[in-house]
Design a protein around this ligand. Structure first.
Ligand code: AAM
Length: 359
């Protein structure tokens, strides 16, 4: 299978396969937020001209096959298209239902979606990410309780989110300094560090909710809550993302240790699914992050064979552009287990490319 598997000692993919073979229900959900800091500090790899529109435009593409909030879907400075193109291919080819959850996108998606917090994540440089991470965690739990699928894939679209990931992991005591990925080829690691180290000085303590309130983003507590509820119902979850989802794992682990005592990450039902581009990122070390957080969480990376693409935009993924986002790696992992191939995804994206990016 076109999947790199690391540490699957719990037979996670077999559980996913069982669910597929037994016609169990699948749900892809994607949690969105914007971050105020990205307006004035260039921490994000997402093109600055479209950063506010990116979560909305990405999910419009995933759900409808075109971006409504922008003339074209997001494309980065190197001409690399949004990972939402990959997610869209999976949703159509594998008939996967989509749930968009707004946790503070600056521009609201023009598609049916659920709102858990309409205000964007605040300024992490000032240590003012949010006042309400504990409440957002509880809302995530409530939401997770009411999702009826048997397997849950959770993605994210949070421009600037690799910086909040760095802040949260460092604030929670993990060795993350040179281990966090980026949506751009040149990871602005010095700038990211300056932002989170300044922000973390404002954290009231190293308690998980205080760290989130200072330098996290609103996607994180919502996804953490959804994971607790899914596991309580014995349903497997694919956290679909790269180092941002590693930070969500760290949040889950700390909430569990301090408040819940449910051993969620030892359940064998939580895995991280990303792309080969994040796993191979020389500026990041996702494997080390996951191992530091919990050794019973398997890590998977989906391959795409984009080096053979006829489109330069797709090839640029192989030289470090964009890499991951909007659940692209994790939803592809699910599709590969159900029989889809990288060739199917690549062909779909190539076929629809000129139609998506026609303006
Ligand atoms: C999501 N949509 C994207 C994109 N992402 N469209 C174009 N490029 C991306 N990189 P950073 O911290 O550098 O901003 O990277 C995180 C963002 O990149 C997230 O929004 C993630 O979903 C991805």
């Amino acid at each position: 299978m076109p999947i790199i598997s690391i540490n699957d000692t719990v037979g996670f993919l077999d559980k996913i396969k069982d669910n597929i073979n037994n016609n169990k229900k699948i749900q892809f959900s994607c949690v969105l937020s914007s971050i105020e800091t990205t307006k004035y500090v260039p921490i994000s790899g997402v093109h600055k001209d479209v950063i506010e529109y990116t979560p909305a435009a990405d999910m419009e593409l995933v759900m409808m096959g075109k971006s409504l909030s922008m003339p074209n879907p997001p494309i980065d400075a190197t001409g690399c298209p949004t990972p939402a193109t990959i997610t869209r291919a999976n949703v159509v080819l594998n008939n996967i239902p989509v749930l968009t959850i707004d946790a503070g996108s600056a521009i609201k998606p023009k598609i049916p979606h659920m709102s858990v917090d309409s205000t964007p994540t605040g300024d992490i440089y000032k240590g003012k990410a949010m006042p309400n991470s504990k409440e957002l965690f509880k809302i995530g739990e409530l939401l997770g309780k009411n999702i009826i699928s048997d397997t849950l894939i959770i993605g994210e679209c949070v421009p600037g989110g690799t910086t909040t990931a760095l802040g949260v992991l460092m604030g929670l005591g993990y060795d993350a300094k040179n281990k966090i990925s980026s949506g751009s080829v040149d990871n602005p690691i010095g700038l990211k560090l300056k932002v989170v180290e300044t922000g973390l000085k404002k954290a009231k303590s190293n308690n998980v909710f205080e760290v989130l309130n200072a330098v996290g983003d609103k996607m994180m507590p919502v996804v953490a809550g959804m994971v607790f509820s899914s596991i309580n119902q014995n349903k497997p979850v694919i956290l679909a993302g790269g180092t941002q989802m590693a930070s969500v794992l760290s949040v889950i682990q700390k909430i569990d240790e301090k408040y819940k005592k449910e051993n969620i990450l030892n359940s064998g039902l939580v895995a991280l699914g990303t792309t080969e581009f994040v796993l191979n990122d020389k500026n990041a070390d996702l494997k080390s992050l996951v191992e530091q957080i919990n050794q019973n969480v398997p890590l998977f990376a989906s391959k795409f064979n984009y080096e053979n693409s006829k489109l330069d935009g797709l090839k640029s993924y192989c030289s470090g552009s964009v890499k991951e986002g909007v659940g692209a790696g994790g939803i592809s992992l699910y599709s590969y287990v159900s029989g889809l191939t990288p060739e199917d995804i690549k062909l779909y994206v190539e076929e629809h490319y000129s139609n998506w990016f026609n303006n």
